[in-house]
Structures are given as C-alpha cells and as structure tokens.
Design a protein around this ligand. Structure first.
Ligand code: RP5
Length: 161
C-alpha cells in the first residue's frame, strides 16, 4: 500500500517539534513520509506536493510551520487531502503568530489546527491515525489500545511531595 500520511514542515528547525507526530505514528506502526516544504523558500515544491498529493495516495497531510506560517493554508488551497496544521512555537511571539496564521483560514479552505508546539504535533499524529482508522480495523485496534494504555498510565491520586 502506498504511504497515506505526509508530514511536511517549513524548515529543518521545525523537526524537533514535528518529530512528535512522527514518533507517535511509529508507535502505532503507521508508515509516513517526511519532507521540508516551505511556502516562502520553496513555493514550487509546495505546489508540486499539493498537486500530486491525491494521485500519490496521500489521505492526510500534517503541516507544521512557525511565524508567518502559510504552509498549511497554502497546502489546503492546493489539495483536497485534509490538512492538519501544527503551529510551531516561535521565539519572538511564542507561537501565537504561527497559531493565528494557520487557524484563521478563509471560508472554503479549512485547516484542522492543533495546539502550539509539541503537544499539537503529537495530537496531529493521533488525529491522522484516527482518520485512517475509520477504514482500517487493524489500525483502529492499535489506536484503541494506545489510548487505553495512556488512560491506564494516569494515577488516581497526585503524588504529594
Ligand atoms: C518557517 O520559518 C518555518 O516553518 C520555521 O518555523 C520558521 C523559521 O525557519 P528557519 O529560519 O529556522 O529556517 O518558514
């Protein structure tokens, strides 16, 4: 089967955040591809990626970017493959710039926007897994087990130190 999840990011510097998405997909044994695709620095690469996403068999694109974070929205404008946006935390504005850039899409071209930073990237991986699990019973069982294990790891009471 072809790879169904694409993880794209605007820069190598986004990888420490975006690896959270990759790591959770590894835990769930879901194949994916990773690419650097910048809306500003490599616009032709963005266009090609979006243009071929459907025919290459991608079912979900996870797109992370920081600052003037146009990558997720531009990708959503180029392909009907669902785009999950991850606002990467920035130094200047703590990622609020990234969040608003990704979240405030015009009517007609949605991006499913996650939380800022690592938690958002991890949840993006889990969201992509949940989308694929609708059509994949084996993956659905793995995702259910992952969720149950997380719940089981939460203690009933806090440690009082
Ligand atoms: C964005 O600019 C990238 O997504 C990254 O978060 C930010 C900074 O990129 P670098 O200057 O670190 O390459 O396009």
């Amino acid at each position: 089967m072809s790879i169904q999840i694409g993880i794209i990011m605007g820069s190598q510097s986004d990888w420490p955040t975006m690896r959270e998405a990759a790591d959770v997909l590894d835990e769930l044994d879901i194949p994916y591809e990773c690419r650097i695709v910048s809306a500003h620095r490599t616009p032709d690469r963005l266009w090609d990626y979006g243009k071929t996403a459907v025919t290459r068999g991608l079912k979900v694109i996870i797109a992370g970017a920081g600052g003037a974070a146009h990558l997720p929205g531009m990708m959503a404008s180029k392909t009907r493959v669902p785009v999950i946006g991850v606002p990467v935390q920035t130094k200047a504005l703590s990622g609020v710039d990234s969040l608003y850039s990704i979240l405030q899409m015009p009517r007609g071209f949605p991006v499913a926007t996650m939380a800022i930073g690592a938690a958002g990237a991890k949840n993006a991986g889990l969201m992509a897994a949940a989308i694929l699990a609708n059509e994949d019973t084996s993956l659905a069982a793995r995702l259910d087990a992952w969720r149950a294990a997380l719940s089981a790891s939460i203690p009933d009471e806090p440690v009082r130190d």
